[in-house]
Design a protein around this ligand. Structure first.
Ligand SMILES: [Zn+2]
Length: 217
């Protein structure tokens, strides 16, 4: 059994933390928690927190950090979190991290560790822009994992593949910019608290997963 089970996964978009979180949670029976899921479920249930959050969502605003932190803490009281949890994509800012700590203290829990998935920016860009789609048959290619035989051309139709706007270089750069401004400061933040373990996110999944288990054991 792994020793550290109350976790935050930290990393830029494209670092692959979601995939490893999924695998870890399945194998070690931890709850995989994303704030998007919590938000949707609280709003659907019409709970007190959900109603408050919905008033921001419907007006097109951002749900305030303290409200999100309270929702996360409430979610961690659920049965499936008692063995441990991975927070994936939260906290995203230092302010959220402070609020999370307070919210956890309130419910008598604390983080055991934060795993940082480190990768160079050029690799992240390569991963974020790897997807190409065929307009005619909708086949999805990935230039890293499942490239077409002829560069940029659909294997089946022989026509040129295109890139969805979400996968474009421009979008990738925007996402990384936001990450660097808002989320990257959490690396020194958790380092100072002696909670940070770093995983080389450039490794393939079958190499990085054993690394992950090692730092949590
Ligand atoms: Zn095609």
């Amino acid at each position: 059994m792994i020793k550290k089970r109350n976790l935050v996964f930290l990393g830029a978009p494209g670092a692959g933390k979601g995939t490893l979180a999924q695998e870890l949670c399945k194998e070690k029976k931890l709850a995989h928690i994303s704030t998007g899921d919590i938000l949707r479920s609280e709003i659907k249930k019409g709970s007190e927190l959900g109603k408050k959050a919905n008033s921001y969502v419907t007006s097109g605003g951002l749900v305030p950090d303290d409200l999100v932190a309270d929702m996360v803490a409430k979610r961690l009281l659920d049965n499936d979190c008692q063995n441990g949890f991975v927070l994936d994509g939260f906290p995203r800012t230092v302010n959220q991290a402070d609020l999370l700590e307070k919210a956890l203290t309130k419910i008598g829990r604390k983080l055991d560790g934060v795993v940082y998935f480190e990768a160079a920016e050029d690799l992240l860009i390569k991963r974020l822009t790897a997807r190409l789609v065929c307009k005619q048959c909708n086949t999805i290619y990935n230039t890293i994992f499942s490239a077409p035989a002829k560069k940029g051309i659909c294997d089946k139709c022989g026509i040129e593949l295109y890139q969805r706007p979400d996968d474009s270089l421009e979008t990738a750069k925007d996402r990384l910019l936001i990450y660097n401004e808002q989320t990257a400061p959490l690396v020194p933040y958790y380092k100072n608290k002696k909670m940070l373990a770093t995983i080389n996110a450039a490794l393939s999944k079958d190499k990085s997963y054993p690394e992950l288990i090692k730092v949590l054991s």
